[in-house]
Write a protein that binds this ligand. Sequence first.
Ligand code: FAD
Length: 512
Amino acid sequence: MLESIRDSHPLVYKHFSSLPDGEKHIGRVIELDRYWEHINSEPPADAILPGESLPDGATMSGEYEIVYAGGTLGLLHAAVMAERYGHKILVIDRHVSGKSTRDWNISRGELHTLQETGLFTAEEIDSFIVRRYRTGWVEFFTDEERQKRLYMDNVLDCAVDADKLLGAAKYVVLAEERCSVLDHTTFLRCYRFPDHIVIEAAGPDGEPLFFKSQLLLDVMGILSPIAMQLNRGRSQTHVCPTVGTVSSGFEDLDYEVGEILASTENADTSNGSGRQLIWEGFPASGSEYITYLFFYDAVDSDNDKSLLGLFEAYFKKLPEYKTLSDNFRIHRPVFGIIPAYSHGGYGREREIAGDRILLLGDAASLGSPLTFCGFGSMVRNLHRLTAALDQALGADSLSRSDLEKISAYEPNVASMSNLMKYMCYDARTDTPGFVNELMNEVMIVLDDLPPRYRETMFRDEMRLDDFVTVLLKVAWRYPKVLKATYDKLGIDGSVSFLKNLAGWALSGAAKK
Ligand SMILES: Cc1cc2nc3c(=O)[nH]c(=O)nc-3n(C[C@H](O)[C@H](O)[C@H](O)COP(=O)(O)OP(=O)(O)OC[C@H]3O[C@@H](n4cnc5c(N)ncnc54)[C@H](O)[C@@H]3O)c2cc1C
């Protein structure tokens, strides 16, 4: 596969060729880029079929209460359902479950909720953290005298070894004799009956496998064919293509500080309607340092959103973000297409369930459209999501309307999609410095407010009154945002924004 990109993406070719398993990594990048084929031309074949379509003579290889398709965040959920609630579980993954193509940052307080589920002790959680920073900052490129570097503590300040955490969750599942995990086993489709569901998968050698289950949990990430079918091919409204590396050999790094968001130039207008590239830099284990490059975009924009294209830009621009020493070495790439969904009304609009099927993680696309912390969203909601599902299984309440109540939808998080739309650069409405200028004003406003505002905003925990305060202050300081709202959100988008806020207010009132 590497040879096939030698001419089209020379820098990706050069750097991936230097990695011992570069061929494997490029295969995963190209696999994810198939998402664009599905979006642009060819949606995958239906993955949910009626029971009568089950092939004659299909023999069941096992019977379970829950089958999880997807073993990344799926493993965390599965571990609680297996250990705490005693369910009989199968996890299948097309690659190796518990091995992610990314690492995670989160705050220690958020990780504490894993302890509340009973899954891990405080000591175990601490052992997953490879580095903790003193502070972190956000900064957008603009005139030096106006540029505000906004510092914040307790935000994404713990670097977590994703594979170690997921490996521990896998161990918990496998410790329960009745549960199984099958790697190199690909979900193909499922057949729905009134009182059960049959999952068809392809085993490591392509052999067909059938499993009978009460429930299918779809945790297959952005490529989920189930999400595409339930949402008629449009599982996301926005995306955040993200690439980077875990590397060592940079000069002048501060291993005590996380660079949460950093832009180093105005929007790149060389391609399509343009994109505002943003960096992140996070110290990791030992001398390792993670750098990410990403941009926010509408799923149907005319930009090149391929990970391959973004990797080429990453390797070209990395020396502009960080100084590379002669010892610079890439240990492994990290990448993915982070999904987002902008709900137009008062509550959740995206389909996340069918009878006997529930979507979780990126397949459900309910993580924050602004911070894109899908791991954080799962951790925050894990206790609620597992307890509610245990109850539903106990009561055999597994219809679509029962299951869709078990979701990680949070009205405060959903409202952030409106802010994300300002971050999606569009040459038709914006000057090249628009995103940087606006975000710099937001940083100035946040800097004037108590630390709670910035911390809760970047941890997806913001209160409505705090959010409104920030909006009003930004509009006061930077009135151009009002015209930008009309240009970028339009009348429909502005009405949706208000509906989202009303839904947020109503959810708060409902809780009281
Ligand atoms: C570069 C990057 C950095 C990130 N950093 C952070 C962070 O710091 N903090 C944070 O909170 N979030 C972060 N995120 C977001 C977070 O990683 C995701 O939200 C999370 O990985 C979603 O997990 P998932 O299990 O839902 O999907 P995925 O991680 O996409 O996993 C899907 C799984 O399903 C499997 N699968 C797919 N198709 C099939 C099939 N047909 N059959 C069987 N198995 C299948 C895959 O092999 C994979 O194991 C980051 C994302 C990226 C891309």
